[in-house]
Design a protein around this ligand. Structure first.
Ligand code: FAD
Ligand code: SF4
Ligand code: SF4
Length: 394
């Protein structure tokens, strides 16, 4: 009998071995908690092993694109020709989920719907119909226990599964993949940073938006502004550089301040926006299984090659110091800085590198200060190589 079969199903709120670093990925709420020591992204850093297992090789650290964006065979930008109403961007992720079911590639899609009482409270499901996948569209920008629904697999009749998720969820999933009662597993990942608990989200919305109670959707976009959509359909944009950094420093979850899996290294296909120009989505095909997922929708996409423009490095170095000193700019100055950066700043893949550099340096400082004994083994080699390009405060 395998360890996860011996383990009793657990309920939410059970013990989390990663303690304060736990991202609530959901694994510990299943029988697969038996594998937590090796599976948890915050207890064991296993990027090399995961990449070899999922893609047949580790990323090539001498290749700058792989150093930053992980193992891949193809990168492109795209938009759905017929965007899905209410999706986070144009809805490529939901459309792939729908097509995976309709084409018979999989029996179910693991995705995240929302609580009927609160738009931002995630409810993971094993969706069996296109309608159930579409009901999961749009980000729930809070920690989501996606993997808890693995507990429903035994006896469900599901043998082929598409999992949609962010990096920490996918790291744990890959670690237990061989023990799951499945014949086929496809993984559609999204990049992810700066996630928050539901309470942290409230603090963020109250600090950043003029009307926190009516926000239904938001995104940090490539024009260096946060775009909030309100329930009356209106849009509000706020410059990144005007955020209340002193107040927001404690909002992000500790898991996310110690996370180096921004671009979702273990997924077969990644769909985000950070390597694309404003308004487009960014796709990273990591392996043939990822291409199989993209094949489901490629004819419905308006695609274009990735591009890269500008030089991020001075802006990243200045940002490290400003963040560390918790500088808050007055709004007029934030608008001016935002205008200049938008006009002359990094675009396309260079914007992606700007965001990775900014988050990896911030997170390395956080881990070294808060968990000095774990920093050396927790920070992966690719992140160390990126961080070494900058001057970091102690
Ligand atoms: P949709 O068709 O709207 O589908 C969204 C999918 O997201 C749904 O299938 C749903 O199951 C899933 N989902 C929603 N909330 C969660 C959650 N909390 N955990 C796991 N899965 C969830 N992209 C970047 O390029 N840079 C970023 O910094 C970045 N940060 C992100 C942070 C979070 C918390 C999330 C969830 C996503 C982030 N993304 C980021 C991805 C990006 O915002 C879009 O989700 C992605 O481009 C897909 O857009 P879409 O319109 O195709 O998605
Ligand atoms: Fe368990 Fe996931 Fe939390 Fe790690 S992050 S302790 S695997 S629930
Ligand atoms: Fe998980 Fe990292 Fe996203 Fe936090 S930032 S939810 S740890 S993938």
């Amino acid at each position: 009998m395998a360890p996860h079969e011996r383990a009793r199903p657990l309920s939410r709120g059970s013990v989390k071995p990663a303690r304060d670093l736990c991202s609530e990925c959901g694994l510990c709420d299943t029988g697969w908690v038996a594998y937590v020591r090796n599976a948890c992204a915050f207890l064991t850093q296993g990027f090399d092993r995961m990449e070899e297992r999922a893609h047949g090789r580790r990323r090539d650290l001498a290749n700058d694109d792989e150093l930053y964006f992980g193992v891949h065979q193809r990168m492109l930008t795209a938009r759905l020709q017929a965007p899905i109403e209410g999706a986070q961007w144009t809805g490529i992720v939901s459309r792939i989920g729908v097509r995976a079911l309709e084409s018979g590639l999989v029996d179910a899609v693991l995705c995240v719907q929302q609580s009927p009482d609160d738009r931002f409270t995630p409810v993971p499901v094993l969706a069996r119909t296109p309608e159930e996948v579409l009901a999961a569209r749009v980000n729930k920008p809070t920690l989501s226990p996606n993997l808890e629904v693995l507990q429903q697999l035994p006896g469900s009749g599901i043998r082929r599964l598409l999992v949609i998720g962010v990096g920490c969820q996918i790291q744990a999933l890959r670690a237990v993949q061989d023990t799951l009662p499945l014949d086929e597993l496809y993984v559609l990942g999204m990049p992810c940073v700066d996630n928050v608990s539901r309470r942290g989200l409230q603090t963020f919305l109250e600090s950043a938006s003029r009307s926190p109670e009516t926000v239904v959707h938001y995104e940090f976009m490539q024009d260096f502004r946060i775009h909030f959509r309100h329930s009356d359909g209106s849009e509000e944009t706020v410059p990144f550089f005007g955020l209340d950094t002193p107040n927001l420093k404690s909002v992000f979850a500790p898991s996310c301040l110690s996370c180096f899996d921004y671009t979702n290294a273990g997924a077969d296909l990644v769909v985000g926006y950070m390597g694309a120009t404003f308004g487009r989505q960014w796709l990273v095909v990591r392996n043939p299984r990822g291409q199989q997922l993209l094949d489901l929708v490629e004819a419905e996409l308006d695609t274009a090659p990735v591009t890269s423009q500008g030089d991020r490095r001075a802006a990243v170095q200045q940002g490290i110091e400003a963040y560390d000193n918790a500088v808050k700019l007055p709004l007029w100055l934030a608008e001016v800085v935002g205008f200049v950066v938008k006009r002359f700043g990094p675009r396309g893949l260079e914007y992606g590198r700007f965001s990775i550099d900014s988050h990896f340096t911030r997170n390395a400082i956080w881990v070294r200060r808060h968990h000095p004994d774990q920093a050396e083994r927790h920070i992966p080699a690719f992140a160390k190589a990126i961080i070494s390009r900058y001057r970091l405060p102690d």
